[in-house]
Design a protein around this ligand. Structure first.
Ligand code: GDG
Length: 518
């Protein structure tokens, strides 16, 4: 596909200006793809957009620059729609298209690379859940090989002056492998492709990371990047410390936030991710959102006057759903005035069910819901309405707006986009955000939320009481501040920050090429 250029009439926002510098040469790589082709009930091919903040946000950027996105083709019909080079133009309708380059994994590679290392080792390790980390045995070879497959595609899709933007813990080795495949001038790193990597989950302390079975290789892999980005400064500090302790030959400059290793200097920066605030606000005010909420209340038996607290999570042991239910139980036991007054609507999206720890967690959530409902439910009220149904974006935005509070209580979370989505969906009568101090989101929003420590059940129940009792004046004061932050630091602003950081790296030729250089 021939690359197109940004149209001059669209170079207007701050992001557009950055994209005009980095844009055409952008190659994104992530495990999850932005579009998936499947077979519908009638045998026709359907296109799905997997839910999630990252794919939606980056899709909007890619549509402006017509770059290439490399990802695992995990849809049943994915292989039937690609060309001979495994590429498909997306989105399927519309003018602003880009190339989705798919790569294929067989069942044993999915087991090794995706479940084995990514989700049985790196995910729990980075969330400091060492008791949940499993031995990875032969899976490591799959992880290394699939990373190299990504690296091969990235090398093929790019030229020396292109920007490659990698995402997350599935691809920790790929940056080094790209270097090994493309290093024409090893003595002159500035002549290379520019590699940036966003790590979406926490980076743990050295005392935790040292339990990683392949810690040197992970660090070496990531230090193939020019820049590694985390959501908040705490994770940057942890990463610098781990590089210092884990690699004997790495030179760390804590003040500058850099690691020099094998002749290359990697810059480590915080870039807190945002959400598409404007479109969430618009969706929350739509007819579809209002219709969804009215039907939801009716079908789930939630009275019009009953207050709603909302929780939205993948069913993951890091999300603190059980702790949330414990706190609700304590609230209802200790402060009976809330009985019959408030219902927790918990949306739990099934996730990674091939892994025992996830299946056990789903069971624990179901048991806790049943326990709280058995204890307090009456003929016309239930304390918890729990569903694993996938809700449409409009429905979810409507539910956020409908809710008097959101309860976001992870025991550890890189950022947590639900907290920001809830804020974005509010109108001028905003709800209250109850937020765990273990979420990256707390580092940026914490001062305007009701903070909780998820394992402090007594304090958590008090916090729910405080949120439910908050005066209108205080609610609006906090809501306005939250809304200002989330609007000013939305997903476009995040992309602008990342690309701006890359553009300022100070390569001899100014880093990524400018359009004028073409
Ligand atoms: C990782 C990090 C970091 C969920 N259920 C439905 C639905 N969702 C959407 C939410 C939100 C997304 O899924 C979940 O994002 P989170 O940020 O909460 O969590 P992770 O999936 O664990 O993401 C996290 C993130 O990466 C980005 O860097 O913030 O810390 O763990 O967007 O809305 N969406 C719809 N229906 C559902 O039923 N439409």
């Amino acid at each position: 596909m021939e690359r197109t250029h940004l149209r001059a009439d669209r170079v207007e926002t701050g992001l557009d200006r950055v994209l005009a510098t980095a844009g055409d040469d952008l190659v994104v790589a992530s495990n999850r793809q932005p579009y998936r082709h499947d077979y519908g009930d009638d045998g026709d091919v359907t296109v799905d957009r997997p839910a999630g903040g990252l794919t939606a946000g980056l899709d909007a950027v890619m549509r402006r620059v017509s770059g290439t996105w490399i990802a695992w083709g995990d849809g049943d019909a994915d292989a039937t729609v690609v060309d001979g080079d495994d590429r498909v133009t997306v989105p399927p309708d519309g003018d602003d298209t880009y190339t989705l380059q798919r790569l294929w994994l067989d069942d044993s590679e999915v087991e090794g690379y995706y479940y084995g290392v990514s989700n049985r080792v790196l995910w729990p390790l980075c969330h400091a859940a060492l008791g949940t980390v499993e031995g990875c045995g032969d899976a490591w070879a799959d992880y290394r090989r699939i990373n190299d497959q990504f690296a091969a595609e990235m090398a093929a899709a790019s030229g020396p002056d292109h920007l490659l933007w990698l995402h997350d813990y599935h691809l920790a080795l790929a940056p080094r492998q790209v270097r090994e495949r493309t290093d024409d001038a090893p003595d002159d790193p500035a002549a290379d492709r520019t590699l940036a990597h966003t790590w979406h989950i926490p980076w743990p302390s050295w005392d935790t990371f040292r339990a990683c079975p392949h810690r040197e290789e992970i660090l070496d892999g990531l230090l193939g990047n020019d820049v590694v980005l985390f959501h908040v400064p705490r994770y940057c500090e942890n990463f610098l410390r781990c590089a210092e302790r884990g690699l004997s030959d790495a030179e760390i400059d804590h003040e500058a936030g850099t690691v020099t290793h094998r002749g290359r200097t990697t810059t480590v920066r915080a870039a807190p991710m945002g959400v598409p605030a404007d479109s969430i606000r618009e969706q929350a005010g739509s007819m579809e959102a209002a219709g969804f909420c009215a039907a939801f209340r009716k079908n789930r038996g939630i009275d019009r006057d009953t207050r709603v607290a909302v929780g939205v999570d993948r069913l993951d042991y890091t999300k603190g759903i059980v702790e949330r239910l414990d706190a609700l139980e304590r609230l209802l036991a200790e402060r009976p005035r809330w009985r019959g007054e408030v219902t927790l609507v918990q949306i739990g999206t099934e996730s990674r069910s091939n892994i025992d720890a996830y299946r056990r967690y789903q069971q624990r959530v179901e048991d806790a819901v049943e326990r709280v409902n058995d204890r307090f439910a009456t003929d016309d009220w239930r304390p918890v309405v729990y569903t694993t149904d996938m809700i449409s974006n409009e429905g979810l935005a409507g539910l956020y707006r409908e809710s008097d509070l959101a309860v976001v209580s992870p025991v550890r979370d890189g950022m947590n986009l639900v907290a920001q989505e809830y804020v974005a969906a509010q109108d001028d009568d905003p709800g209250v955000l109850v937020l765990s101090d273990q979420a990256g989101a707390h580092d940026v929003l914490g001062e305007w939320t009701v903070s909780v420590r998820p394992h402090d059940t007594v304090g958590f129940a008090d916090a729910l009481d405080e949120a439910l009792s908050m005066s209108e004046h205080e609610r609006r004061r906090r809501g306005n501040a939250l809304s200002d932050y989330v609007t000013d630091n939305d997903i476009e602003s995040w992309v602008g920050t990342v690309l701006g950081t890359v553009a300022n790296l100070g390569h001899a030729d100014g880093g990524v090429t400018t359009r004028a250089d073409h």
